[in-house]
Design a protein around this ligand. Structure first.
Ligand code: ATP
Length: 259
């Protein structure tokens, strides 16, 4: 069972795909307010693990607990309602809609409001309280000036922040970040990391980060887990994990790791 302060606890998660053991008895914990990395080479099982937490996949064995509650049998939307937020690598909605509209959709999802996003530009005008909540999140993310911009005009870095904003609208207890640095340059990655840290300090949610960018994982996370061929091969403070011979051999090959 999760101890007080534990947001996510996965125990013994095992998932097979037609003969491939994508996850083999993986246990992982994320505590309140923590930033935890999940790293590993291509095909190590990171996405499969994320999907087991999100509810997109059901593990063959093992449990997923959110704040001590077993959510293993719940569908994606129920887990989202209970506080699991996520970002996507690419913005999934319509490029001509504005930054604020993207957040409004998330807000309505959170409230279980049945109106579709299309209603936002037609009949179902956003209420003042909905707009206020959007603008609060946009302000936190430094996006206030871009509220009325169409998504297609934003840089990838800003678009990634909008993705974070959408996730924040659902008031997550746990935010799953799937390679947030993908496609971003160093500066955009640094801005994203800094903004996430600032927002996290205000909101207190926990973060589980899947990421290839070693520099980001090293600077952003306090603890990390390393998967290789579906097995956890290391866990602990990120600096120690990155320095371990086993991890360097399995994951980095002869790549130099920034200290
Ligand atoms: P990457 O860094 O490349 O995204 P990953 O660590 O996320 O890799 P997964 O995508 O979780 O790894 O894949 C783990 C293993 O499970 C791989 O061998 C992959 O081919 C296999 N796998 C994942 N999803 C499926 C599926 N739906 N059907 C069959 N095999 C799958």
């Amino acid at each position: 069972m999760g101890s007080a302060g534990t947001v996510l606890e996965a125990t013994g998660v095992t998932k097979r795909f037609a003969g491939i053991v994508a996850l083999d008895d993986v246990s992982l914990r994320v505590d309140t307010g923590e930033r935890v990395g999940l790293i590993g080479p291509n095909g190590a099982g990171k996405t499969t693990f994320f999907n087991c937490v999100l509810g997109l996949l059901r593990p063959d064995r093992g449990q997923v607990l959110l704040e001590g509650r077993d959510i293993s049998g719940l569908p994606v939307h129920a887990r989202a309602r209970l506080g699991i937020g996520r970002t996507f690598q690419r913005i999934e909605l319509f490029s001509e809609s504005t930054v604020r509209e993207h957040l409004l959709i998330a807000e309505r999802t959170r409230r279980g409001d049945g109106r579709l996003w299309k209603d936002l530009v037609g009949r179902g005008r956003p209420r003042p309280d909905e707009i206020a909540r959007c603008d609060e999140v946009l302000g936190l993310l430094g996006l206030a000036d871009l509220a009325d911009e169409p998504i297609e005009r934003l840089s990838l870095g800003k678009g990634r922040l909008v993705e974070v904003g959408r996730a924040l609208m659902t008031d997550p207890k746990l935010l799953l970040l799937d390679e947030p640095s993908s496609g971003l340059d160093r500066e955009e990655t640094a801005v994203l990391a800094r903004t996430l840290q600032e927002v996290q300090a205000t909101h207190g949610f926990a973060i589980l980060l899947v990421e290839h960018d070693v520099e980001l994982v090293s600077s952003f996370t306090e603890r990390s887990y390393v998967l290789d061929f579906g097995c956890l091969i290391a866990a602990g403070p990120t600096a120690e994990v990155m320095a371990s011979d086993e991890v360097r051999t399995a994951y980095f090959g002869d790549v130099e790791v920034a200290s």
